[in-house]
Ligand binder design. Structure first.
Ligand code: S3P
Length: 179
């Protein structure tokens, strides 16, 4: 297993914000797969979805993980909310490092994203229904991919970052102890 820390979870669960805070706290570089893909392609995620479609974006996510596996060490990495759905991606995450699932309720996600226009999958009517349906479909994949699950509702970024840092330390100690 690589020594990166990877944050997974639904859109709006705080992967990027918490990732940046953890990166400061632990003195590790931060990388976000959406940002990486967007920079590489010279397009926003919404443009990629609109012009090339979701499947092409999913292929870009897999290619991104393969590249990170070959080049990244000791990083905090946040990944797009749909990335762990692909089996191949879950296998790549496993090799890349310790995976942490930031679990949020649909209500919390709705509150955070109700004005958001940057997530193509949640645009249009009934965003709450969409959130519930996607979450239901993805929950098991997130749980399967993660070594650690952290509840995020009503916690500050600081609290979450401290909780995750402590969980990482605990996990590392147990791995070293042979558990
Ligand atoms: C997606 C989540 C987004 C982005 C794209 C698709 C998803 O990332 O990858 O809009 O399928 O859940 P965030 O989880 O960072 O919002």
């Amino acid at each position: 297993m690589g020594n990166n820390v990877i944050l997974i979870g639904f859109m709006g669960c705080g992967k990027t914000t918490v990732g940046l805070e953890l990166s400061r706290g632990l003195g590790r570089l931060f990388l976000d797969t959406d940002e990486w893909i967007s920079r590489q392609r010279g397009q926003t995620i919404s443009e990629i979805f609109a012009e090339q479609g979701e499947e092409a974006f999913r292929d870009m996510e897999t290619a991104c993980l393969q590249e990170l596996l070959a080049t990244c060490e000791n990083r905090i990495i946040s990944v797009g909310g749909g990335l762990p759905v692909r089996e191949a991606n879950r296998r790549l995450l496993e090799q890349l490092g310790m995976v942490i699932y930031l679990q949020a309720t649909p209500e919390c996600i709705f509150e955070r994203l109700k004005e958001d226009k940057s997530r193509p999958l949640l645009q249009g009517d009934n965003p709450m229904e969409k959130i519930r349906a996607f979450m239901e479909a993805r929950q098991d994949f997130y749980k399967e991919a993660a070594q650690i699950t952290v509840q995020v509702d009503r916690k500050s970024v600081q609290t979450l970052s401290e909780e995750i840092a402590a969980a990482i330390e605990w996990q590392v100690k147990n791995i070293k102890a042979g558990f």
